[in-house]
Design a protein around this ligand. Structure first.
Ligand code: C5P
Length: 356
């Protein structure tokens, strides 16, 4: 068998899982800070941020996909062979054929779902304390399992079903204290945060996360197409819903009038850009985790990030520990651990093994 892909001798599977755990914690904290530290009159547009995320992620994926194409021109040994006109043209043609393949439409479904999810994340991060958002968002393990059972015909052990139930209860316990926690925040946080709105956004984001993740895994592992080509397709299909959201959302400057475009990126300060960059990293790493591991291990990595972001929240945002938060977090972490005790191999209805 071919050796597992690695980076400096460490299997990519572990590199991507650890990177995802760290990225998740960073995103929760930076996104929360970028939203609640600024008065709403100077708030940057979440819709424009989601668009920038897709543009950057798509461009990076395109570059990687281009570099991975082997040219048959025979000048590979020269300096920067990929930039020679003949080689460039041949690679470009091959890449365009791959990107606009007959089955590229399949990516339109997760693309739309992820655009909705990425916008909902901003609503949740603006209305919930960082740690509460992070723990509640673990419900996506539940939705991921449900969609895996329905769409991938995955079988779960009874221990896994019990841990899923424990997970839902743990998230419920944590939710009890979100209203209380909001009152420990700064005066600006108290006036702008709305816990029920934030929690509704998290529930909806968990639904899209499960469906889109399982769908992407199904498309990726059922075809030979390159991961980075799939990512480019995903970003391309995201552009339309991203732009539609910008056009139809309330904006101080009406769409089409002069100054509309510049108004789009008004208030984009360093924190907004930091949020976007961490999100771009997350998208790229998530795709790698789905390819080299699976959605179960992805859940494990993100639960580890809860601990990291919780500790950081205590240090950075004066987040007070309450008993419901501690008990709920322990239940969530235990449930995640239990769920991962007997990872099963995915089997498709056709009987084909889905594991990479
Ligand atoms: O919370 P969850 O793990 O579902 O978040 C996945 C994130 O990764 C989303 O922001 C989505 O846009 C991104 N993603 C991506 N490319 C993929 C798969 C997911 O950018 N191939």
């Amino acid at each position: 068998a071919a050796p597992a892909p690695s980076l400096w001798g460490i299997p990519l599977k572990y590199v991507s899982l650890v990177t995802l755990a760290v990225q998740n914690s960073m995103l929760t904290i930076i996104m929360h800070y970028s939203r609640v530290s600024i008065p709403s009159s100077r708030m940057y547009s979440a819709a424009a941020a989601v668009l920038m995320n897709e543009v950057l992620k798509g461009s990076i994926s395109l570059l990687i996909a281009y570099c991975r194409i082997e040219s048959n021109i025979g000048t590979e040994s020269l300096l920067l062979p990929g930039l020679q006109p003949k080689v460039f043209l041949s690679k470009f043609k091959k890449l365009s054929r791959d990107i606009f393949s007959a089955d590229c439409w399949k990516l339109s479904i997760p693309a739309v779902l992820y655009v909705i999810q990425n916008n909902l994340q901003y609503v949740a991060a603006s209305n919930l304390p960082a740690a509460t958002f992070q723990v509640s968002y673990q419900m996506k393990i539940l939705t991921t399992a449900a969609f895996s059972v329905v769409m991938l015909r995955k079988k779960l052990t009874s221990l896994q079903w019990v841990s899923l139930l424990a997970l839902a209860i743990g998230v419920g316990i944590v939710q009890i204290q979100s209203g209380v926690a909001a009152h420990h925040g700064s005066s600006m946080e108290i006036s702008t945060m709305n816990a029920s709105k934030g929690f509704l956004a998290v529930v909806a984001a968990c639904f899209t996360s499960g469906l889109a993740g399982v769908y992407f895994e199904m498309v990726l592992k059922n075809s030979q197409a390159d991961l980075w080509v799939r990512n480019v397709q995903l970003s391309l299909f995201s552009l339309l819903p991203c732009i539609a959201h910008i056009v139809f959302s309330d904006s101080a400057v009406p769409f089409g009038s002069s100054g509309w475009f510049s108004s789009l990126f008004r208030n984009f300060g360093p924190w907004a850009w930091a949020t976007i960059l961490v999100q771009v990293l997350g998208g790229l790493v998530t795709a790698m985790v789905i390819k080299y591991s699976d959605n179960i291990l992805k859940g494990f990595a993100t639960s580890l990030s809860i601990v990291i972001s919780f500790l950081a929240s205590v240090a950075l945002f004066d987040f007070r520990m309450t008993w419901p938060f501690i008990i709920g977090s322990v239940v969530v972490l235990n449930a995640t651990w239990m769920y991962n005790q007997h990872p099963q191999r995915f089997r498709l209805a056709s009987g084909r093994d889905l594991k990479a």
